[in-house]
Design a protein around this ligand. Structure first.
Ligand code: SF4
Length: 297
């Protein structure tokens, strides 16, 4: 299956880039809706208008449907729309570790990752740089890029931003971090995580549907949801699973992740100071099965 962006006309592609680029003058790319001019100052995400990239490489630690034999062509973007107090990549997301990169440079990186055998281009934490990344993709397409884009996001994307990616992104990989706005505010410092992420993920599912995997075991198109289980039910995981099963599809591919370890500022929250227990994890797997979810865990 060819990635969708190969069928997008040059005119349509340019129009999407323009519409996304316009957003930078009153930025509403994510749920924070800062409405500031990114050409003049930085918003809550700490991102200006130039992309900053922390690293790029074939990643073999992602879900096996993305990795295959050649790896997932990962590009880690600096800064983030959320400020999760337990972030394991906090040097990249919160202190902006990385280097400025032009759209042309990122296009060259994508083409290199394809050349060395990666199965996809995996934009990690792309939301605040979506206009620049889509422009890079347009340039890379001209240069012969033909592998799918994975939009690997924390899930705090505005619905409008996701709508502008229709026909451009083939694989959406959002987190759904919490089942309430309250915990989103307390632990990721954003006002309305649950409301924003549900709308964004619903739009993603409308565009690409459930995850489709080819005969070689590689994801080609669709939605892959990640949910990190937190201790003491801080993520309100049952509500998240109910949303996925009842509002999206029981064929959703869900990675229920058990690897939480206290990092960054988690030490300031007693309830975050331990890994999850086996009992907490098994309870959720059982819940997922009861709900009819059956893929990805
Ligand atoms: S991406 Fe989000 S946090 Fe960053 S400036 Fe735009 S609206 Fe604000």
């Amino acid at each position: 299956m060819e990635p969708s962006y190969l069928s997008l006309s040059e005119t349509d592609f340019k129009s999407r880039v323009e519409k996304l680029w316009d957003k930078l003058t009153s930025c509403d790319l994510c749920g924070n809706q800062c409405n500031i001019n990114r050409f003049e100052k930085k918003g809550s995400c700490n991102a200006g208008f130039r992309m900053e990239v922390s690293s790029s490489f074939p990643h073999y630690g992602e879900e096996r449907v993305l990795v295959g034999s050649g790896g997932s062509g990962t590009i880690f973007l600096s800064n983030c729309t959320c400020k999760c107090v337990y972030c394991q990549n906090w040097t990249i997301s919160q202190t902006g570790e990385g280097k400025e990169a032009s759209e042309e440079e990122v296009a060259i990186t994508m083409l290199f990752l394809q050349k060395i055998g990666c199965h996809n281009i995996n934009w990690v934490s792309p939301t605040h740089y979506t206009p620049q990344l889509v422009k890079s993709l347009m340039i890379a397409k001209e240069g012969g890029l033909k592998i799918p884009i994975v939009y690997n996001t924390g899930g705090y994307d505005s619905e409008d931003t996701i709508k502008l990616l229709d026909g451009i992104v083939d694989i959406y990989m959002p987190d759904i971090k919490y089942g309430s706005n309250e915990n989103g505010l307390k632990y990721s410092k954003v006002n309305d995580y649950w409301d924003v992420s549900r709308k964004a993920v619903k739009e993603m599912h409308t565009q690409v549907g459930d995850l489709k995997i080819n005969n070689y075991g590689i994801a080609e198109k669709g939605l892959l949801i990640r949910h990190l289980v937190l201790p003491n039910d801080i993520a309100e995981s049952e509500k998240v699973l109910e949303f996925i099963a009842n509002r999206l599809s029981t064929d959703s591919y869900v990675n229920i992740m058990d690897q939480y370890r206290p990092c960054f500022n988690a030490s300031e929250y007693e309830e975050l100071l331990r890994p999850i227990t086996r009992r907490e994890y098994i309870k959720l797997i059982d819940k997922a099965e009861v709900l009819g979810l059956h893929r990805g865990f």
